[in-house]
Design a protein. Structure first.
Ligand code: GDD
Ligand code: MG
Length: 363
């Protein structure tokens, strides 16, 4: 199965991550300084899957600018841009001409340590038309619930079951390995959901879909709380990725350790006043500046963010170019969009969302 291709679904609007996604499409949202989609590409590369189709639609330019034809990643990337969203199966049908044999499908917003080669072996052993990666969660209601038996045969797929009604705790983890014939089951020319239409139909028509259940690290980055949780997990080492625990990053050498409560990751050009307190669990992008006696903890700052003296930022996400005035307080769970200026002494309520499509607002 060495010629397996991959389709990455990156067409969603990322509504639950607004205002971040007004200016940055979800796959380009940084995880510890690197666009999140790069992590998926690294896993594909590791597994020898080098022929990849991006099914995009929302703000595709930033994706194409960054990844180009894929050659700098040692891969070949083809783009299919949807003028109107075709849904998660319609997007696959739309790129059918590029697909020659079995292919992986990735939801573009998943961070996981799933071993793709092992999943390919399992798929071959089982011999179904598709294999779905499943993860067990406490509450399946925000996900697709997938009923499967001891042999892994899938008997039902229930997308977003109302709370308390899910028949099991195994959920669709957003990675599929499908035989090409699955594309024949998708009607052309209209939006189709693979979760609500295609999978249930395949099951009803007696086609065999198998569950590949693992206990890998797994997180859907679609919501701010999960985005912050993913960073905590990367910094603590729970997600086996890139950074070592401690004070890390290209900017680490220039930082006065008295200001740091580990783990903290700082990119190049970060300046932290020695009397500030940064961390635990803080990620500061390129060129961020933190003033005297300011406190930044449990937060992710994208590039070029400035925190004024005596300001407090807790459990929040600040997009690039945000300015937090002296003495201002950003309540936990807030998300501040690109270029927003928070006035000196402002008190931002917990869980605030500030910044619109035309970012740069003042508060
Ligand atoms: N190209 C394209 N076109 N991509 C799309 C479209 C579309 O019309 N709609 C959604 N996508 C992409 C999104 O960008 C995302 O990468 C992926 O498809 C899944 O969409 P989400 O909007 O993130 O769905 P979800 O998180 O509510 O649910 C899905 O993921 C869960 C796991 O995280 C479902 O697949 C669930 O069954 C699953 O449990
Ligand atoms: Mg999602």
């Amino acid at each position: 199965m060495d010629a397996v291709q991959a389709i990455v679904l990156v067409g969603g609007e990322g509504t639950r991550l607004r205002p971040l996604t007004y200016r940055t499409p979800k796959p380009m949202v940084p995880i510890v300084g690197v666009p999140f989609l790069v992590r998926t590409m690294e896993r594909l590369h590791e597994a020898g899957i080098l022929d990849v189709v991006f099914a995009a639609g929302y703000m595709p330019q930033q994706i194409t600018d960054y990844f180009g034809d894929g050659s700098q990643f040692g891969m070949r990337i083809t783009y299919a841009i949807e003028e109107t969203p075709l849904g998660t199966a319609g997007a696959l049908k739309n790129v059918a001409e590029h697909i020659r044999g079995p292919f992986f499908v990735f939801n573009g917003d998943i961070l996981t340590s799933l071993d793709l080669r092992a999943m390919m072996r399992y798929h071959e052993e089982k011999g179904g038309v598709g294999t779905l990666h499943l993860i067990e969660v406490e509450d399946p209601s925000p996900f697709g619930c997938v009923v499967n038996d001891a042999e892994g045969a899938i008997s039902a797929f229930i997308e977003k079951p109302p709370a308390g009604t899910a028949p099991c705790n195994d959920i669709n983890a957003g990675t599929y390995l499908l035989e090409r014939e699955v594309l024949d089951a998708i009607p052309p020319g209209r939006p189709v959901s693979i979760e609500r239409e295609t999978f249930p139909q395949l099951i009803a028509s007696g086609k065999r879909l198998y569950a590949y259940r693992t206990r890998d690290y797994w997180i859907d980055l679609g919501r701010p709380e999960q985005y912050l949780a993913a960073h905590r997990d990367v910094l603590s080492g729970a997600m086996p990725l890139i950074v070592e625990p401690g004070l890390t990053g290209d900017g680490a050498a220039a930082i006065d350790r008295n200001a740091i409560v580990e783990p903290v990751h700082v990119d190049a050009g970060v300046v932290i006043d020695p009397t500030a307190t940064v961390g635990p669990n803080a990620v500061l992008g390129r060129g961020c500046r933190v003033g005297a006696k300011a406190i930044v903890r449990g937060s992710v700052l994208w590039d070029d963010v400035e925190i004024g003296s005596g300001a407090l930022v807790e459990e929040s996400i600040l997009a690039s170019g945000v300015r937090v005035g002296a003495g201002a307080k950003i309540g936990a769970g807030s998300v501040i969009g690109h270029g927003v200026r928070i006035k000196n002494g402002a008190q931002i309520e917990p869980s605030s969302r500030i910044g619109g499509q035309t970012a740069g607002a003042s508060e």
